[in-house]
Design a protein around this ligand. Structure first.
Ligand code: FAD
Ligand code: MLT
Ligand code: ZN
Length: 475
């Protein structure tokens, strides 16, 4: 199809459509939109479009389609896989959803919230809390990541073990399709079997099939009783045994079960002001367990004490600190939440966001750590993450004193090394961060054949000209 609008006049047309607040072209204003949180990529773009509502998003997409110009959707730009960063060609328009930041509706009886794509995750949590409810999705980047971003990556985070991934928290979507058509699927129904569940196509599609402009989200009753414990455990197996003890006692109360290694906690204490070890002595393995119930009389603190006492008796738990207040609970959580930032400050690191069946997590951590230190002597494995979901960030910090660039040049060797073990354990090479730009080369090997062919057919049907976030997800 010939392009009706020459690319050169696209920026002018965007200016006419969106006004001066709606388009960024000054290099200083555009720059933050051209690189990723990890600093792996630096791209280029004609402009950053900042529409203010869904109709304007549709108009921007239509203009770009007419000009044959690629569109890169961007929320909070916290992607761990370069998903929101444009390529270096400089042809694309970055479409920021930041100004679509309204909560359109919140209904404590339906337990739903209709939020626009640019609503920051923390703002959605706060809005739910103000209405006496809970929006449970929680991750380290929640002060910046957006509803559109978490749905487009099907983000997981700390509470997946109890409430599921972002996908499970979504009932309806509003989406701008690649031709600029606006689909209003903002239904807030618990049951709706009316053909293909289109909304689920866009969750986890990383902006390659369309632009999410709003979503109906599920809320839950507000927790009225909580308990948070930070524990030193004897081994990876002891950590898993402790998970089982809590789950067997009351599965519905386990809101988060996070594993940390001595290496990761050491980095958080070293680099992050205010983070201290709440136990008498350092250990090689730690667990953070967070319990919550909507019943005020759930007795979770007593339950935690009883389970920890049993686990100590069994030699699984070496020491533990139970939060006495909300402030203390937040302090314990900070040790875990600051892991990504602490690793960043320590120097170069390679992330392996992998999952295996929960029962295989200890074996995975041990085998990967041994293989990685054999591959790069002096490198430091920093495994941590969502043990209750079988999702460990099998990250590797560079050897002290090594040139960071030389270490990062080995990134794909490092990822291959971990992935070979993960495959052997029936796992996945990307548990929650997605594919983005970083992992497209792994798709053929892991998802090739019928699965990748079906994905390509869906992409070709919805976006035949390949203008939606090109170079991401599909190889
Ligand atoms: P962006 O980074 O802007 O975009 C992510 C992808 O979605 C891109 O492909 C982009 O093109 C696309 N996109 C964005 N908005 C839209 C839209 N409205 N419509 C269509 N496509 C869109 N992730 C986890 O899953 N679990 C974690 O525990 C976790 N912890 C993190 C901790 C830190 C410190 C950081 C920096 C990141 C973490 N992440 C985690 C990764 C990241 O926060 C998530 O992937 C998050 O969902 C991205 O949201 P965002 O708004 O920043 O999206
Ligand atoms: C987290 O859970 O903190 C992030 O997803 C992990 C990471 O930074 O590797
Ligand atoms: Zn994570």
């Amino acid at each position: 199809m010939p392009d009706a609008l020459p690319a050169a006049s696209l920026v002018e047309a965007l200016h006419r459509l969106l006004g001066p607040r709606g388009v960024l072209t000054d290099p200083a204003d555009v720059a933050p939109h051209l690189s990723d949180w990890r600093g792996l990529y630096r791209g280029a773009a004609q402009a950053v479009a900042r529409p203010a509502d869904a109709a304007e998003v549709a108009a921007v997409v239509r203009l770009c389609a007419e000009a044959g110009v690629p569109v890169v959707p961007q929320g909070g730009n916290t992607s761990m896989v370069g998903g929101a960063t444009p390529d270096e060609a400089g042809r694309c328009v970055v479409l920021s959803l930041a100004r679509l930041n309204r909560i359109r509706d919140l209904d404590p009886l339906d337990m739903t919230m209709t939020a626009e794509a640019g609503v920051v995750l923390k703002a959605a949590q706060d809005a739910a809390a103000a209405a006496g409810c809970l929006f449970p999705l929680s991750l380290g980047a929640e002060g910046t990541a957006t509803i559109g971003g978490v749905l487009s990556t099907n983000a997981g985070g700390n509470t997946t073990v109890r409430y599921g991934n972002a996908r499970e928290l979504m009932l309806g979507l509003e989406v701008v399709l690649p031709d600029g058509g606006l689909w209003n699927g903002l239904r807030r129904l618990r049951k709706d079997n009316t053909g293909y569940a289109l909304r689920h196509l866009f969750v986890g599609a990383e902006g390659t099939l369309g632009i999410v402009t709003a979503a109906v989200l599920r809320m839950f009753p507000r927790p009225r009783d909580t308990a948070v414990a930070f524990c030193a455990v004897a081994s990876e197996d002891a950590a898993l045994a402790l998970f089982r003890r809590f789950r067997d006692r009351d599965e519905s109360a386990v809101r988060a079960f996070e594993y940390m290694s001595g290496a990761g906690v050491g980095l958080a204490v070293r680099h992050i002001e205010g983070v201290t070890l709440p136990l008498a002595a350092p250990a090689a393995h730690y667990v953070l367990v967070d319990l919550a119930s909507s019943r005020p009389d759930a007795g979770l603190r007593d339950m935690a004490e009883a389970v920890l006492a049993e686990a100590m008796e069994a030699g699984e738990v070496l020491d533990a600190a139970l939060a006495e207040s909300e402030a203390q609970a937040q302090k314990l959580w900070r040790i875990r939440e600051e892991h990504p930032e602490a690793q960043k400050r320590e120097g170069a690191s390679v992330k392996n966001d992998v999952s295996v069946p929960v029962s295989r997590v200890p074996e995975m951590i041990r085998r990967c750590a041994a293989a990685l230190t054999a591959l790069i002597p002096g490198s430091r494995p920093v495994p941590f993450g969502h043990m209750g979901d079988g999702n460990i960030h099998m990250n590797l910090a560079q050897p002290e004193g090594m040139d960071p660039a030389a270490f990062l040049a080995r990134s794909h060797d490092i990822m291959d090394c971990v992935n070979a073990i993960v495959r052997d354990l029936d796992g996945s090479f990307s548990a929650e961060h997605g594919i983005g730009r970083l992992k497209t080369d792994m798709m053929e090997d892991w998802r090739g054949g019928a699965e990748l062919a079906a994905m390509r057919a869906i992409k070709a049907a919805l976006d035949p000209r390949g203008l939606m976030n090109p170079g991401k997800v599909l190889p």
